[in-house]
Design a protein around this ligand. Sequence first.
Ligand code: PLP
Length: 336
Amino acid sequence: MKPGRRAPAQGLQETIGNTPLVLLDRLLPDLGSRVHAKMERFNPGGSIKDRTALRLLADKVAAGELVPGRSVIVESSSGNLGVGLAQLCRSFGLRFLCVVDARTTERNIALLRAYRAEVEVVTEPDPQTREFLPARLRRVQELTATIPHAYWPNQYTNPLNPMAHHRTMAEIDRALGGRIDYLFCAVSTFGTLRGCAEYIREHGLSTTVVGVDAAGSAIFGNPPGPRLLPGHGAAIRPPLADVTLADEVVHVPDLDAVVACRRLVRREAVLAGASSGAVVAALERLADRIPKGSTCVLVFPDGGDRYLDTVYSDAWVAEHFGAVSHLWETRLTTSV
Ligand SMILES: Cc1ncc(COP(=O)(O)O)c(C=O)c1O
């Protein structure tokens, strides 16, 4: 092999991880710090959840606990983990049954089916909480108990979910030679933040970890409220959430996330998902407290292609927030 040339990947699974870390020098020029984005959309399934899906399945397949042609993976996901598992189950030759709910977009269901996943839609929310998540999890439990050779990876409780992100952080550490002053992570199951923060502690890095949650999310103990954007946030505190691992927490209103996404396109030509916008909004919120010359890393969990009907639709934005296009070029609001 000639120096500088990369060997061909020996299959799809090898292409997961080692995503680019990109310097964003036009985003916040007054910040006086270097801002890098870890671009997880470059995973083959389009999001950071490819890493989680690989970690949840690969060792069990290697150990013969999951058997191609026999085992059935059952999981609740309306978004990126579902796509990541659908892709990898196809790759491993495993059957995949994905439990989604009435709020899952047509596009995501089409994507799951394109990977040959079987999709079951839960149409009624949990009668007590009015949330879909408990209803979906109950259905997953029923299916796992009744389908022969069924296995539920359970991303909400499985320690392999955060373990997958030790590697995410190791890649960032290696790229920046250990000098990371701030790490901004959006949270939902808490897998990404937990895995990165555990790596930071284990390796003695002096990185401030910033948890980025949605306004209206209950992960850090606020009362749940309405949220429009999928990806980050949750109506309950997930079992993997160890909130002491976040040195700072920023709650980002949906409009701020949308404004930041639109600004990312204008200034950096980066079409990012809603939670990446939330992460940029959080950076701006903390800007006055970040010492000049710092190195900041933003984890961008996915790309904007899955948000064309929401974040990047002028009609959707006007319907939910009114006439706000003047905000794309001004400083983000700091409401909430
Ligand atoms: C787009 C997006 N952003 C952020 C997150 C949060 O990641 P985690 O579940 O690791 O906390 C997710 C998780 O599904 C996601 O899909």
